[in-house]
Design a protein around this ligand. Sequence first.
Ligand code: PLP
Length: 354
Amino acid sequence: MELQVIKTQNPKTKPAFDQLGFGKYFTDHMFMMTYTEGTGWHDAKICEYGPLAISPAAQVFHYGQATFEGMKAYRDENDNVTLFRPLDNFERMNRSNDRLCMPAIDKEFVLNALEQLLMIEKEWIPNLKDTSLYIRPFMIATESSLGVKVSSEYIFMIILSPVGSYYAEGLQPTSIYVEDTYVRAMDGGTGEAKCAGNYATSLKPYKKAKDMGYSQVLFLDGKERKYVEEVGTSNAFFVIDGKLYTSPLKGTILPGITRDSVIKVAQMKGIEVVEEALAIDYIFEVAKEGRLDEAFASGTAAVISPIGKLAYEDDVVIINEGKIGDMAQMLYDTITGIQTGRLDDPFGWVKEVK
Ligand SMILES: *Cc1c(COP(=O)(O)O)cnc(C)c1O
């Protein structure tokens, strides 16, 4: 497939790179391609960022066939542009798409298109500390038809947003509410797919936690409301007696690329990693015995986000005196160091964009 490039005649004024926030500004161009059953993917193009014309009867608006990804590009002092494990994101998107009966993308073709887009938008990649260009690939079902069925048409797009630090407070420990009513995933459901519907249903528990003064939600398993699963849109880690615990990937948890990077970096540093579903009661028990050294969440947006306070029913524990722990700090420094080229890349995770 050919890739058409149509550059805009009207570039926008860029925002100040020290006041970006998260996901508020978008660059001048986007990537787009169309899928039609029988033909496959076609009309791949890089064009001006702007609104779409889509039928009000498009399947996505009614039955929610929509998947997405989240990744970042970085620009260093020497103007080198890099991506972190990009093929892993496209591979995961294909797994999400399979769960929703959506077509696979050609990972190499899309990566190449992304690289061309990044070269066009190079000046949009912020280079201040803790800033990056957030990359949002996504796919929606566009067939105009109200029957509940697998859509025969899709569009896949990539849009780009320069971002600052994810959490307004920076790398400050967060306060987390353990949700005991709502769940985000069930065995056999879509928990491991990055599909839009999962996030629509998480808004109510987020709002509940926010209204109570907490910054995020920790979800428990859908069956017994007993085992820890994830923190909002990130994976959860607990340090108990010096060992690092995280929930296993058994279908209800999003297989985070940062989660995988945390596990590999921790193991490289000689830390024992245990993939085991921990009961929330057990976490509170060890916290009270002083054995819960640290807790943190991992995801592309914030990389590592320490948890300073955990509330469950009528119980509250403060973790590591509400301060960022040594392991969380080490993991943050190592992973962001590899991502930005400050540290060596022993795993071959960084892809230079040229
Ligand atoms: C995207 C996401 C994560 C983190 O995945 P990364 O690849 O590390 O960014 C974790 N949990 C949920 C629910 C997510 O949507």
